[in-house]
Unconditional design. Sequence first.
Length: 105
Amino acid sequence: MSLSERLARYARLAVGPRGLMVVAVGVLFVLMGWSFLAVSWNVPATQCGGGLCEIPTTNPSDPNNSLTGALFGPYAVLVLVIALVLASCMIGGVYLAKTEGGHGP
């Protein structure tokens, strides 16, 4: 294979669907990295003694002032129901895959 044929092959790959996908993923990666670095993370150093603030994961006395209380406070039952639905969907998907008679390990 000559050099010009190799260059033509790489040009077809770069312009084809795979090349466009690589470019799109690269642009998305750069955009996500830039957006993460461009955010001003206003850490209140005076409130935390000059260091990083410690956020309590659970706080039984004040559930609204903790990470789990803020995320799942009023929606704790909903999270459990969604977990059950997703688990049953996964079991159903495995069952359907086994009944199709595919060759597997």
